[in-house]
Design a protein around this ligand. Structure first.
Ligand code: CS2
Ligand code: MG
Length: 418
């Protein structure tokens, strides 16, 4: 143990499970990822994702300097005890950096224990509740017509659900809109890009976008939209009501949710389903939202909320209140998180949907995995653990590249939410 007392003599399987090494791997195959690799005395390796877009090195340092020294010699099978040690022991609880670091350890340990049991991770949670996880892709365009064409391409690929975002006329750059052939990647500059925002312009075009999408593609395709924290509660209520005729699967991040009661205003005015939570990192960020049924889907995912151990509690709490899961699945969450999330999605009784932004080929090459897409769903594999590995030699060819997320300013120059 780290306090210098002689290690208690561990025997048998506990000895096999003893953690003998833990390493933080930072790589940038098209974008930055932070991965924690834990190995046991018996040679079993587990991986956890610790990627926090724009703050990667903060989590890497938290792991390297404050967590890894505490892991060596411990029993990888004591997942819950280690979670409690890292959560309560931090003193400075919660927050995205701490909870991403805890998540990386947690997922790596679940991966190890499943491998020791020679079982796919979903079996350790309670077995499959479904074949495959319904996923949604990201369609975006510089105008309504281009966005609609992109939605069509997703439908032709077999997607049953598509998120649609289009540029806002009069704004030079809009969240969620890819530039050129490259897939959309928000953290595109070393220092935050300053972008202009106008909610009034935005509120005019979004209802027109979805009116056109229903005309072009009918009512069967599930459509989603991300407000990305930019509206006040009453603006969000206005948009939610304007979108009602187009029956969205959800309107996401309609307003910032530090004040969870804000969603009472939206709920009072509209029946459009609401999703929130990709920036949350603990159950306490959404307790009121869930217990008062102010939302329909909780987006909080494994990598930023303390791993499987905590998100399982959160999902169970949500299930008590008829709230379903809708995990965040952007490209800035590594395939390790996608792999673990798909095992969780296969098990969790109150599953809603899984976001799936395509990773680049470079990323896929660094993180070989056994999940696959078919008929609108992603299927986790049957190999022991979460089914994702890392090619460390290839990872080493992609050094960290400093990148931060943009910021947004209103027409008068004051800061707003990006
Ligand atoms: C977005 C994210 O996918 C989503 O729902 O909100 O792409 C978000 O902008 C990024 O994860 C931020 O790093
Ligand atoms: Mg979002």
């Amino acid at each position: 143990m780290s306090d210098g007392t002689p290690q208690m003599q561990v025997e048998g399987s506990a000895r096999d499970r003893q953690i003998v090494s833990a390493r933080v791997i930072v790589t940038c195959p098209g974008r930055n990822f932070v991965t924690l690799r834990i190995e046991t005395r018996s040679g079993i390796v587990g991986l956890g994702d610790a990627t926090l877009n724009g703050r990667e090195l903060a989590v890497a340092s938290y792991l390297q300097d404050h967590v890894v020294p505490n892991l060596i010699g411990r029993d990888a099978g004591r997942i819950e005890d280690l979670w409690q040690f890292l959560y309560r022991g931090a003193y400075w609880r919660r927050g995205p950096v701490t909870m991403s670091a805890i998540a990386a350890v947690d997922v790596a340990l679940w991966d190890i224990v499943a491998k020791l049991a020679k079982l796919p991770l979903y079996q350790m949670l309670g077995g499959r509740s479904r074949e495959g996880a319904l996923v949604y892709g990201h369609a975006n365009g510089r105008d309504i017509a281009e966005t609609s064409d992109e939605v069509r391409r997703y439908i032709e690929k077999g997607f049953l659900a598509v998120r649609a975002q289009c540029a806002v006329p009069g704004l030079p750059k809009t969240y969620g809109i890819a530039v050129g052939a490259k897939a959309y990647e928000p953290a595109e500059s070393e220092l935050p890009l300053e972008t202009a925002w106008s909610t009034s312009k935005y509120l005019q075009i979004v209802p027109k976008l979805f009116e056109q999408l229903r005309v072009d593609h009918g009512n069967d395709i599930e459509l989603l939209h991300d407000g990305h924290h930019r509206m006040t509660p009453i603006e969000a209520a206005r948009l939610a009501r304007d979108l009602e005729p187009y029956r969205l699967f959800w309107l996401e991040d309609a307003t910032p949710a530090e004040n969870q009661r804000s969603f009472e205003i939206i709920r009072r005015h509209s029946v459009t389903p609401l999703a929130v939570g990709e920036v949350f990192n603990s159950i306490w960020d959404c307790k009121h939202l869930i217990s008062e049924q102010l939302i329909d889907y909780i987006r909080t995912t494994i990598v930023h909320a303390g791993g499987i151990t905590h998100v399982r509690r959160l999902a169970d709490f949500a299930g008590l209140h008829q709230v379903r899961t809708g995990f965040h699945g952007a490209t800035d969450l590594s395939p390790v998180t996608m792999g673990a999330a798909l095992h969780f999605d296969s098990w969790v009784p109150n599953f809603g949907i899984q976001e799936w932004m395509f990773h680049s080929q470079e990323t896929e090459d660094v993180f070989p995995h056994d999940y696959f897409f078919r008929d609108g769903r992603l299927f986790c594999g049957e190999s022991p653990g979460h089914g994702v590995s890392i090619d460390e030699k290839l990872a080493a060819r992609y050094p960290y590249s400093p990148r931060q997320l943009p910021v947004a300013r209103l027409p008068d120059g004051s800061m707003w939410d990006w």
